[in-house]
Structure formats: C-alpha cells, structure tokens
Design a protein. Sequence first.
Length: 405
Amino acid sequence: MNNTISPEFIRRIPKTDLHVHLDGSLRIPTLIELAQEAGVELPANDEAGLKKAVFKESYASLPEYLQGFAYTCAVLQTAPNLERVAYELGQDNIEEGVRYVEVRFAPQLHTRDDFPIADVVAAVAKGMDRAKAEHNASDAVQTGEDIPFEYGIIICALRSFNEHMSDYYRRILGIMSYAKKKDVFAAASLEIARAAVAMAQRDGLPVVAFDLAGEEAGYPADDHHEAFGYAHKHFLRKTVHAGEAYGPESIFQAITDCHANRIGHGTFLFAEDMINNPAIEDPAMYTRLLAEYIASQRIAIEVNLTSNLQTTPSIKSVADHPIKQMLEHNLSVSICTDNRLVSSTTVSREFEILVKELPVTPQQFRNLVISGFKGSFYPGSYNDKRRYVRQVINRYETLERELLR
Ligand SMILES: [Zn+2]
C-alpha cells in the first residue's frame, strides 16, 4: 500500500491516455439513446442491464470482451453520432484531469459510399475540438494555472476482418475474392495507411499515427509490413498492438517489420516460454536483448492494466502483471485505459489500482505520468511539444509540493 500517492493527487495531476479506443469508450446513456434513434437493438435498455449483459467487470474470454463493440460500432455510423461521442470522450477525460489524449479507431468500420473515411475522421476531430476549445478557454488555462487539453487521432488497421464487420471490408473481400485471406488483410491495411498519410498531410486532420489492432494470435504483424513501410516512409508514427495475446516474437515483428515507435500492451514482453520460433536458440537471451533494445530506444509501452486483467487468464492481479519488470528495466511505460466503457475504467482508476497493489515510489510514479507526455505523438512541432511537456512538469511539481509528503 502506497500512502503518499492519494486519489486526490491522482485526480489533480495532468495525465495522458495514449491508448483509448473511441468505440470502446462511450457513455452508456449515450449508447442507449443513440441505439434507440438508430433502431439498433441492445440486449438491455438500461445501464444496469447492459452492465450485466455486455459491459462487465470481468470477462470469460477475449471474444466476450469484444462483443460490446458490435453495438457501439452500430451506433457510430453518422457524423453527428461520431462527433457527439468524441466530444463526450474529450469531456470525460478533461473532467478527470487528463490533458492529452490519443484517441484511436478504425474509420473503415464507419465509412460508406456517401460517408468517406476523411469525413469520419473529421467528425471525430470536430467533437474533440469542441471539448478542447471549451477547456482551453477556461480561466484556469488562460491564466496558466491549468494545462491546455491537446489530442491526436490514431488510425487503426486490423490484423484480420470478415465481411460482417463493415461495408468497406465486405467490398474489399468481394473484389479480392481470388486472393489469399492474408493478402486481402495486407492490401486493406496498405489502403488504410495511404488514407492515414493523406489525412495527416493533405487534409490537415489531426492524425498522428497508424496502428494495427485486432486478433493477434494467428495473424502476424509482418503480414502488414507493406502498410507500415508506407507509413514509415511518409514520416507517420506507428504503434502496434503486440504482446497482448502472443509472445515476444510479436513485439519483435512490431518493432522490426512494422517500425513501431510504441507498443500497445506489450504484456508478454518477458514471456520467453511463449517463443515458438525454433530458430531462436536462446529464448532467455532473446527476451533480454529485446527488452534492452526497447528500453534504450525509448519505445514506449502503452500499458492497460484493467483490460489485461479482464482478458488474460494468467494475470489475476496487478502483482502478476509485468509492469513491475517493465519499471525495473526502466522502460518508457505509460498508463492507459484501452476502453473506458468496455473495461469500466478511467485513467485515474488505472493509477489508483496500480499504487494500491504495487509499491511504486513517488519517483517511479512521476516517471509513469511524465512518460505519457514524452511518449506522445504530439500533433504540433517538436519545440511545441517540449514547451508543453515543460509546462506539465511544472504543474506536476507544484502539485507534488502541495499534496505529496
Ligand atoms: Zn487496444
């Protein structure tokens, strides 16, 4: 038990969320309202019922965890709905002291013939911009006491998909009906990478990075190397969901084949027993070198504690989670939510769980918080980012003096 880091301190310090899925982070009343409007049938029409049926405290499996996304995606098919949900996500973050968010989603799950990908992304940006403008106009920000809210958008490609997931995927699968599945997945990812680069550089949208999400085991990241090569060669930053359900080799592929600047989850980074490739003769050395490389190159790990506890049977408590080893190796780790609705959590709650169950020193805690800002794909210039991080550190130190003994 760590007594010095109080819930009040956690709530008041500026925080980040570098890994949060838009479609996993709706407010339940909003989901219910939008579902009624759109004629989407939910398993229950009240908050308690939905929490019992879909958005649970704990899940039996990853597929069960993912069930809720079918409902949230179904209501996020129009610009006004996307804008509203993004605005509320911005508000909810600001409310709990989060000052920098990178919201991610797969626009190909929301697009149609008459609703192009760039319009999907623009709707989300509009909602986030509204939340940002409201906060940044406040007296506290204007006088320099509070930190302005900033955000970026991460575009997700999916490791695999089927025709039921969206019109976009149905069309690609139809056109490429003679191709091997993995070639269809690769082609779709490349097209999304092209869209991400164009939105960031041509359309002036706040797209800051490209991500690979979806079922990991059986769908290796290196199948998508062309898409990531495209993003890489166009100076777009990359993060990859890796080591969530599969071992160190998946993380290796993310940082080599996909040039990942950050890793989503990285839970099994140290799991040498999960290495399958017989060519790796010394799994212990391989994992050690991998961790050292990630540490020295400051490849940030986006850790999602509650989400991992909910979907990984071998992790029963924070004490079982490799975050302890990550901190011992001095990796650049930031605390994220993954899905505020599906994981029933907030950034503050993730920090509270951490300090309650692990003996984190004030210095380690401070590093965790500041790593989020330093590891961000900040949408402005590097000099702007440095100024922003400096402002955050000053604010953190003021609160440390005021609230930490
Ligand atoms: Zn995720």
